[in-house]
Design a protein around this ligand. Structure first.
Ligand code: ADP
Ligand code: MG
Length: 215
């Protein structure tokens, strides 16, 4: 199996579908502790990416991540647009001259997450998308150094994303709009953590199917 950007149209479609299916739930989460626009922000980005997906399919990963990042930054409003955009632009920068095996991808993704931390001046435990992204990045690095087989890596990455998303429920928000609510932010899952988890699980599903499809 070749993990090339030719997979991108299918990946973007799968992400778009899972966000669509869960749109009402994500809106309710962002209404509870934010301003309710998170899903429409994300969907605006996905619409722009769907329109570009054939073009993205013809690029290499470094160019594709750069283009995705720039599109997301310009198309998506809200805090999440610049944060998700930053993730991909930083992945592009970190991916230069690297052959894409699991160890390299783990490093590239970790560089992207590090850039999101810096951009949002946030870290784990602050009830944001980082409570999904940081543990998934850490798991990928661990799996690469332990030599875990790819199907198992995908399974565990999805599980890690779900645990991270759920962990935001009991946290008090200290970054973003939800932080205005202080103690009252507790008891609700963070909307950005939810969309990050949904996107990671959708990616994992598509990649897992690729692994089992004969070339
Ligand atoms: P806005 O908050 O501007 O309305 P969105 O609703 O699109 O933007 O996105 C909100 C999500 O962005 C939150 O649920 C949270 O996961 C994430 N977020 C907000 N601020 C930060 C930050 N400083 N660092 C990381 N993630 C953040
Ligand atoms: Mg919002």
């Amino acid at each position: 199996m070749q993990l090339t950007p030719a997979l991108l149209p299918g990946l973007i479609r799968a992400i778009n579908a899972v966000i669509e299916t869960n749109a009402d739930e994500v809106t309710a989460l962002d209404q509870a502790i934010g301003d309710g626009d998170h899903v429409t922000n994300v969907q605006r980005g996905l619409k722009a990416l769907m329109a570009q997906s054939e073009e993205l399919a013809g690029l290499d990963w470094v160019a594709a991540w750069q283009k995705i990042g720039m599109t997301v930054m310009t198309a998506v409003g809200g805090a999440s647009g610049s944060l998700y955009g930053t993730l991909f632009v930083a992945m592009s920068k970190a991916g230069r001259d690297k052959a894409l095996d699991l160890a390299a991808f783990a490093e590239i993704f970790s560089s992207g997450v590090e850039a999101v931390k810096q951009r949002g001046k946030a870290d784990a435990g602050e009830k944001t998308m980082l409570d999904v992204l940081i543990p998934v990045a850490a798991y990928l690095r661990q799996a690469a150094s332990d030599g875990v087989a790819l199907p198992e890596v995908l399974d565990n990455a999805a599980r890690t994303a779900i645990v991270g998303m759920e962990s935001t429920k009991d946290m008090i928000a200290t970054k973003g709009r939800a932080s205005f609510l202080e103690e009252r932010s507790r008891g609700h899952i963070d909307a950005g953590a939810k969309t990050s988890q949904l996107m990671i699980c959708a990616l994992v599903d598509v990649l897992a199917k690729q692994l089992t499809t004969p070339a």
